[in-house]
Design a protein around this ligand. Structure first.
Ligand SMILES: NC(=O)c1ccc[n+]([C@@H]2O[C@H](COP(=O)([O-])OP(=O)(O)OC[C@H]3O[C@@H](n4cnc5c(N)ncnc54)[C@H](O)[C@@H]3O)[C@@H](O)[C@H]2O)c1
Ligand SMILES: O=C(O)[C@H](O)COP(=O)(O)O
Length: 626
């Protein structure tokens, strides 16, 4: 074994609730390897052990929903297949996506549900697919009773989904981030050009029998400055097209890469510069608390008189009252809007009725091609998530690349089992506040992604003592909510970095143990494990070195080290037909105290455990379920 170097990296990571927004490049989502599945199913605690047995693989496929509850929520006799999950499609979805979903699940297409009807149906559904027209608030997650595992947003903007509530309920949210990019960009350009040449107004005038050539003189685009706010996927595509029209394009985006902007020939500028120099401003940022009403009176006051605004992002990024004022004062000459704060807008909405405003009813993503693409993209993401795979378009879970998942697979099992063992060693179980996880590895600290391992240790620590189902989505939140602080530390080893981790140690501080030998010299319950030939092993308990494969269940005994002990315990188990899979004795010195770790395939009866406790040299023992 490689020796620890003197440097110990203390990368103490409190179990903070961080939502990792995954911004994807334009590649198709990549599924996790099929052998590595994440348990996303929320389930009643009573089922937990049966489910855990299936979790022998690193992170097992979510089991199909119980037969009794998989009937179509709309009509049980409508061909729903027992054992398949149920997907509620609440807004119109392209046929190719529906076909994919139907191969895998019972699909209930119920469009235009009222909030009450959605709440009523949701407890019968494993997944929900929506577009921007359905609000998926906390009430929906609460009404689901823990069954809803995945919300699929068939599009980009997830401002209609309460991500915090989803995370708290362990529900994965996935979106379809790439398939409607071009459609939205094309719509932005369509609005830009239509607005500049008064196409909509002139069309309405001619259809009303008028011929108003002087009234509808437009403005040219060539040589004009277009400021793009939000230089992401849609913003960049708009930029490319606007450059083709001969416009000078600048962009403001605090998170955009300067290299990408340079490659497209776009200059990244401050918000101030964008506001003050643009002839046209096109909005392409998401609606977040930070972008809410970003264009307000103050912003309009900075703009060049006669500026023109295009919005295919979200209505909420503009203060609509302020825009009406800016239009009326002439600061804004024209606006072209696809999106509104309230959709559909009220019949007397001043912007919709304004003569200098061109409007469309949220059509940015509405092309035949985009809708087919979005439907396939979201169907694949939802199916993958229901299978327990980590979706590349997960919005509220860390994205772990497939190759990292594959490499960490056996360590994921080890991590959960160490957490599960450690918590069962706590006397009373519930009062855990401080857990330290140490990863010993020859890898550089930034070359080892431990988020998945931390989540699985949290799962192991919390599930045996609560009714909460923990997964990668809600692990940090759950730990924080229960007041469990998980810190992570790295020990840098010399040697080959080929194996990602040499050993993982889990320590619980400030607690008493029902097996006091599990408390190390420094006072914490300590368990340590390694992966050997792909199989997780327990290699240390307290100060005692052991070596037992972490399969089945485990009996730990502390005894006076003397001949015949293995035989005595083995024969008690043999009499009760309990098969011993592994045995290992760790001792401090010959003939002193030793800890015996015995792996068993079956759960011994209470009587058997009592008999083991009555063996005279056994000083303490504990039975642990893995
Ligand atoms: N009208 C439609 O039908 C339609 C279609 C597609 C997308 N959209 C909307 O467009 C938005 C953008 O879509 P996308 O696919 O380009 O998303 P994206 O995530 O690729 O790009 C959004 C960009 O906005 C930037 N941003 C975030 N906060 C900002 C701020 N305060 N100021 C400036 N930039 C900021 C981000 O850094 C990111 O680069 C979506 O969130 C969605 O709301 C609308
Ligand atoms: O965010 C999006 O993807 C667009 O706004 C499209 O929304 P839609 O799916 O409701 O058309």
């Amino acid at each position: 074994m490689a020796a620890p170097s003197p440097t110990t990296t203390a990368a103490a990571a409190a179990a903070a609730t961080t939502h990792h927004r995954v911004l994807l490049p334009s590649a198709r989502p990549r599924a996790a390897p099929s052998s590595l599945r994440l348990p996303l199913r929320a389930q009643p605690h009573a089922h937990a052990h049966a489910q855990r047995a299936r979790l022998a693989a690193p992170v097992a496929a979510a089991a199909p929903a119980p037969a009794a509850s998989t009937a179509s929520p709309e009509s049980p006799a409508s061909g729903a297949v027992a054992g398949k999950p149920t997907v509620l499609v609440a807004e119109k979805l392209g046929a190719a996506g529906l076909a994919l979903l139907r191969e895998f699940a019972n699909v209930d297409c119920s469009y235009g549900l009222s909030p009450e009807d959605l709440r009523a149906k949701i407890s019968l559904c494993d997944a929900l697919i929506v577009r921007s027209g359905t609000k998926v608030g906390r009430d929906v997650f609460e009404a689901s009773g823990g069954r809803l595992r995945v919300v699929g947003r068939a599009g980009v903007g997830i401002d209609n989904v309460d991500l915090a509530a989803a995370t708290e309920h362990g529900c994965l949210v996935v979106n379809a981030p790439t398939a409607n990019t071009v459609a939205a960009a094309e719509h932005g350009i369509a609005l830009l050009t239509a607005m500049a040449r008064n196409i909509a107004q002139a069309d309405a005038s001619l259809k009303a029998g008028k011929w108003q050539r002087n009234k509808y003189v437009g403005v040219s685009l060539v040589g004009k400055t277009l400021a793009i706010l939000g230089f992401g996927k849609v913003g960049s595509e708009v930029a490319r097209r606007a450059k083709g029209l001969g416009m000078h394009v600048i962009a403001h985006d605090p998170y955009a890469s300067a290299d990408r902007a340079r490659a497209i020939g776009v200059e990244l500028v401050s918000m101030e510069e964008a506001m003050t120099t643009a002839d046209f401003i096109s909005l392409h940022m998401p609606l977040t608390p930070a972008t809410d009403k970003m264009l307000n009176d103050e912003a309009f006051a900075k703009m060049k008189k006669g500026v023109r605004i295009i919005n295919v992002a979200r209505g909420g990024v503009i203060d609509e009252e302020a825009l009406v004022r800016a239009l009326d004062s002439g600061v804004v000459a024209q606006a072209a809007l696809d999106v509104f704060t309230k959709e559909p807008p009220a019949a007397d909405n001043k912007l919709v009725l304004h003569g200098n405003v061109t409007v469309t009813p949220h059509l940015g993503a509405s092309t035949v091609e985009a809708q087919e693409g979005v439907a396939i993209e979201i169907a694949e993401a939802v199916i993958g998530a229901l299978k327990g795979e980590l979706a590349a378009s997960a919005v509220n879970a860390p994205m772990v690349p497939a190759e990292v998942l594959s490499e960490l697979a056996p360590f994921v099992v080890l991590a959960e089992k160490l957490g599960r063992l450690a918590v069962q060693l706590v006397a009373g179980g519930g009062g855990i506040k401080s857990v330290k996880v140490t990863y010993a590895s020859a890898r550089a600290p930034d070359d080892l992604d431990t988020r998945l391992l931390r989540a699985m240790i949290t799962k192991g620590l919390i599930e045996p003592i609560s009714s909460v189902f923990v997964n990668l989505v809600n692990a940090d939140f759950t730990a924080k909510q229960r007041g469990v602080r998980i810190t992570e530390e790295r020990i840098l080893l010399d040697g080959s970095p080929e194996t990602p981790i040499d050993y993982i140690q889990v320590q619980i501080a400030n607690v008493e143990s029902k097996f006091p030998s599990a408390i190390s010299e420094t006072g914490e319950i300590t368990v340590e494990g390694r992966v050997k030939d792909g199989v997780p092993h327990l290699t240390k308990v307290g100060a005692f070195q052991v070596d037992v494969s972490l399969e089945g269940s485990l009996i730990l005994c502390r005894q006076v080290d003397q001949p015949g002990m293995i035989g005595s315990v083995g024969s008690v188990l043999g009499e009760e037909n309990v098969n011993v899979s592994f045995m290992s004795v760790g001792r401090i010195a010959p003939r002193k105290h030793a800890v015996m770790a015995i792996g068993v395939d079956e759960e011994p009866s209470k009587g058997t455990l009592t008999k083991i406790g009555e063996i005279p040299a056994i000083e303490e023992f504990v039975f642990l379920k893995l």
